[in-house]
Design a protein around this ligand. Structure first.
Ligand SMILES: C[S@@+](CC[C@H](N)C(=O)[O-])C[C@H]1O[C@@H](n2cnc3c(N)ncnc32)[C@H](O)[C@@H]1O
Length: 230
């Protein structure tokens, strides 16, 4: 349970939901879209809003170990966290499926804040200990895991101002995914230049949200805001 009274993950299958929302609908989709264009990026720059338990970092590493993940692609992962989890809590989490993942998970949590660290070869992590709303971003972001508490408890993080902080780092095909499919948030994303797509959810979640930055994406994907049922 987080300090605002909301759990870090859905109570309907945390790992499955995070895998579906952030890995399958976000990271994997980004890589498949690049592949369709005949491109294999050297690096995928991921930004996570809300490091929390580190589950999404671990699932990203798990994805990297899979056969379909292009071996030449490196991960550069930045995650911001305002209120880091105490070691007594993350040490009890049993997300890891193998000794390799366990080693990664521990290194990731023990790594220093605010400086680059490689918990595994080809995987660089920077844990930013800060309020997202006070962050200044540098560098490209290709995939955004938007995973803070819900608009009901953290309305300030689902605003135009919050999304606006990301915009200078985004490129024409940055993919943002989140578990929250609220209409007002979708509208904010569209106003900022994203194409939004409501996708089927998993577990107790009926729908999730994927948004692709850049108007030219309608040409690539054939998907435009106007063509999508909300
Ligand atoms: C839903 S939980 C995140 C779950 C996380 N992605 C995981 O895999 O465990 C939301 C996280 O966002 C963090 N958070 C909330 N407000 C924040 C802010 N303004 N800046 C940075 N992090 C914030 C919370 O402390 C919490 O760890």
């Amino acid at each position: 349970m987080g300090p605002l009274g909301e759990t870090y993950h859905s109570t309907g299958g945390a790992i499955e939901e995070s895998q579906h929302v952030y890995i399958d609908s976000g990271l994997r989709y980004y890589l498949e879209s690049r592949k369709e264009e005949g491109l294999v990026p050297a690096v995928v720059n991921i930004f996570e809003l809300g490091l929390g338990t580190g589950l999404n970092v671990l699932l990203t590493y798990r994805e990297m170990l899979k056969d379909h993940f292009p071996g030449s692609v490196q991960i550069f992962y930045r995650a911001v966290e305002i209120n880091p989890l105490e070691s007594g809590i993350w040490e009890k989490l049993d997300y890891a499926r193998s000794e390799k993942e366990n080693d990664f998970f521990r290194k990731m949590h023990r790594s220093p804040w605010n400086e680059p660290f490689d918990p595994a070869p080809g995987f660089t992590l920077i844990k930013l200990r800060n309020n997202f709303l006070d962050c200044t971003f540098k560098g490209p972001v290709n995939v955004v895991y938007y995973d803070v508490f819900s608009p009901a408890v953290q309305p300030e993080l689902w605003t135009s101002q919050a999304v606006g902080k990301l915009i200078p780092s985004l490129s024409g095909n940055t993919v943002l995914t989140t578990y929250c499919c609220k209409g007002s948030f979708k509208q904010i994303l569209r106003d900022k230049g994203f194409i939004t797509q409501r996708l089927p959810g998993t577990g107790k979640k009926r729908h999730i949200l994927r948004a692709v930055y850049g108007l030219h994406n309608s040409l690539i994907t054939g998907v435009s805001n106007a063509s999508i049922a909300k």
